[in-house]
Design a protein around this ligand. Structure first.
Ligand SMILES: Nc1ncnc2c1ncn2[C@@H]1O[C@H](COP(=O)(O)OP(=O)(O)OP(=O)(O)O)[C@@H](O)[C@H]1O
Ligand SMILES: [Mg+2]
Length: 463
């Protein structure tokens, strides 16, 4: 039997060594050495199932217009929310990586998807983390469909066994839960290490592309929230979805971070129940509090991909007892809050540097886009002045450092969503040129003007 030779290759400079070192002796970088198998002579090498294919004939290039087209029939996952995030359904032969915090519900989501898909297609669910009994227990709890036997189940961690089962069964969809728990016996490193994850994913990809199997891989995330394993994993797959949510709330958000077959930043909303995940088709209601305005509260319309979401913001401004005031924000970057407070101080003359400021986005949503700026400014000023914004008002606009309001994208879509939910007034940047029949649209050139329109009083008056 040929002896496999292990070498360690620096991912930074490419230097090779026969021994593992914490620091590369060539370039001096730390923790950059990754195990790799040096290829034995091809005739002696044991061939994987994934590689058991006849030598291809040499390929010639051709004009792009003459390339034959193949109509792609997307598979519907049983969840309209998941279909939307995938760009309209699962593409056969594609590789999708689903990442998320421990216990967030990745296995639940994929088992429910497997169950729905199994009604029409052949589906293999590979559980590398849990035993077959554990998966069966979850499957029974999720309330399986009355008809059919459900998906095929394989509880296995050995990569070769998984590849053989895929080759034998040739399912339309396969789910691997999780890629970090798979183990390639040819590598000496532990499951979950960079080399293992990369090799396992690459072997699965080769087989999936050859047999046209849509592969859904579960991936762990690190403490920092990044997908664990090598970055190449994210390049290798066609789509990267992240499943996130507040541990203390029951709703879960599914987002496409990368998608070769659809728009990114598309958002799917689910609710975790005892019988599994339930889709939320009207998520704005989830992020909206009481219809009556209260002090320090403002409503914005954020856009996640192509989906507008009406979201409530709350601010609390109180006298500081520290040398430097505290600024805390959940759901919005603290630096963004600092910037908005500085603009308000400079252009409205509000002495905010003597006040603590806390800001929260309702429902645990992360709002990254600058279109939320005007809403944040309104919530802060309303709390500072002890005012409530008139009920039924939404604010949309990006704040420039000079106090001007900048236009935002997809304004019409946002206002339509606000009107649909019963909002009657919108304050937007000047020059947007949007008229929404069911909504009074007020345009403002700067933050001071916008706040006068929104609050009905001039907040700078007795500052
Ligand atoms: N009986 C139950 N009733 C309600 N919710 C439950 C019940 N059992 C599990 N859950 C929910 O399911 C979640 C676990 O789901 P799941 O095992 O799919 O997560 P996961 O992301 O796959 O976790 P891991 O990272 O450990 O694989 C729990 O955090 C809990 O919210
Ligand atoms: Mg799991």
């Amino acid at each position: 039997m040929p002896r496999t030779v292990t070498t360690y290759v620096c991912q930074n400079c490419g230097a090779q060594s026969r021994q593992f070192f914490g620091r590369c002796s060539a370039c001096g970088s730390w923790n950059s050495l990754v195990e790799q198998l040096s290829a034995p002579p091809p005739d002696k090498r044991r061939r994987r199932v994934s590689e058991a294919v006849a030598e291809p004939a040499p390929r010639r290039s051709e004009a792009i217009a003459s390339v034959g087209e193949r109509s792609v029939q997307r598979l519907h996952t049983g969840f309209a929310e998941l279909d939307r995030v995938l760009g309209g359904g699962l593409v056969p032969g594609s590789l999708v990586l689903v990442g998320g915090d421990p216990g967030i519900g990745k296995s639940t989501l994929l088992l429910q998807t497997a169950e729905a898909l199994a009604q029409r297609e052949s589906v293999l669910y590979v559980s590398a983390e849990e035993s077959a009994q554990q998966v069966k227990l979850r499957w029974s709890r999720l309330g399986p469909a009355a008809t059919g036997d459900g998906p095929q189940l394989l509880a296995e961690t050995d990569l070769e066994q998984v590849l053989q089962e895929l080759e034998a069964l040739r399912p339309a969809v396969a789910i691997i839960d999780s890629i970090q728990a798979l183990h390639d016996a040819e590598l000496a490193s532990a499951p979950g290490s960079v080399a293992q994850v990369r090799e396992c994913a690459a072997a699965l990809q080769r087989l999936a592309k050859r047999l046209d199997i849509a592969l859904l891989l579960v991936g762990h995330v690190t403490k920092e929230g990044m997908l664990a394993g090598p970055k190449v994993l994210e390049h290798l797959v066609d789509a990267v979805l992240t499943f996130e949510g507040d541990r203390f709330a029951s709703h879960r958000l599914l987002r496409a971070v990368k998608n070769r077959f659809g728009a990114t930043h598309e958002l799917g909303v689910f609710e975790m129940r005892d019988r599994g995940l339930l889709e939320v088709s009207n998520p704005s209601e989830l992020f909206l509090g009481s219809p009556e305005g209260s002090v320090g509260m403002a409503t914005i319309v954020a856009c996640e991909g192509t989906r507008p979401l009406v979201v409530e913001l709350q601010a609390l401004v109180s006298t500081t007892s520290y040398a430097s005031p505290r600024r805390m924000a959940t759901g919005i970057g603290t630096n963004r809050l600092h910037q908005i407070l500085a603009v308000l101080e400079k252009h409205l003359g509000l002495p905010l540097s003597r006040f603590d400021c806390y800001l929260a986005v309702a429902g645990g949503l992360d709002v990254e886009e600058p279109a939320a700026d005007l809403g944040v400014a309104a919530a802060v000023v309303a709390s500072f002045r002890d005012l409530a914004l008139p009920a039924g008002t939404v604010l949309v606009g990006e704040l420039g450092l000079g106090g001007q309001l900048r236009p935002v994208g997809q304004l019409e879509l946002r206002l339509q969503e606000a009107a649909r939910l019963g909002f009657r007034r919108a304050v937007v940047p000047r020059g947007s040129g949007v008229t929404c029949l069911d909504l009074a649209v007020h345009e403002a050139g700067g933050v001071a003007e916008a706040l006068v329109v929104a609050l009905g009083v001039n907040p700078a008056d007795d500052a």
